[in-house]
Design a protein around this ligand. Sequence first.
Ligand code: C5P
Length: 301
Amino acid sequence: MVPTPLTVRAPAKVNLHLGVGDVRPDGFHELVTVFQALSLHDDVTLVPSDALSLHVTGEGARDVPTDPTNLAARAVVALAERYGRDPNMRIDIAKGIPVAGGMAGGSADAAAALLGAATLWGLEIGRDELDEVAATLGSDVPFSLHGHTALGTGRGERLIPALARGEFHWTLALAREGLSTPAVYRELDRLREAGDPPRAGSPDALLAAVASGDPHRLAPLLANDLQAAALSLQPGLRRTLRAGMEAGALAGIVSGSGPTCAFLCASADDAVDVGTELAGAGVCRTVRVASGPVPGATVVP
Ligand code: C5P
């Protein structure tokens, strides 16, 4: 019998608030962050095979490793080792999330692969156990499993769901070159040694704004401590942020460690208009519109 492939869809994220604390003894930074999952996604298709192999298509596919270091492959291997299963399968990743863009594309693939393998193998494990494996793969992987809007603490892996009313509309400006997350954190450490860049503070007001569903209230509260570091490494992003504001966005922010810039807009129509202007201004490689929150990794029926 030919095995039936299983597809799992997993969302991109934007950090509405990203407060970075000091570096911990394990090298990670203590975070207080508010994630929102967006309607930009990767699809990961798994089918049992006689070897573990990876095939990547779509947005930025050329820059995704297809060797065992790929996070989706590591996810399948980690789950197989823990539950005594055969990790051999073909993994097809259709990328919609920018690679090295600060939108948790690799984490989405890992979350999708975890859920997909657990489903294929019929593992009767709870969300907590899946979260545990997810956290060993990367700080953002648990959020990619859960989706919606959530407060993240620790490395970002400890999650509390947050209330969000309605739908928020975003325009995303994808950059020509990616940024390495560790390099951006290192740059922030360097900036903090040299001076005292402002810190994001408490996310309480932002959480209330998300719960109100009012993008005008949310816009001035978006905050990202990694933005200064991303701008320091890619100064051209200042122009991108300015162009989005001039195009009518309510607010613009670097997404996570960047370099994708995320613009909060007043409506879906406004998001399309901002995208059109940004595309014409030549300040980014390409644009996408998206809305959030959306669910985390989900098996595609
Ligand atoms: O957990 P993840 O593999 O996504 O982290 C990638 C890198 O980002 C880490 O190796 C670390 O350099 C940095 N990081 C950090 N503090 C966090 C999350 C990530 O310093 N809370």
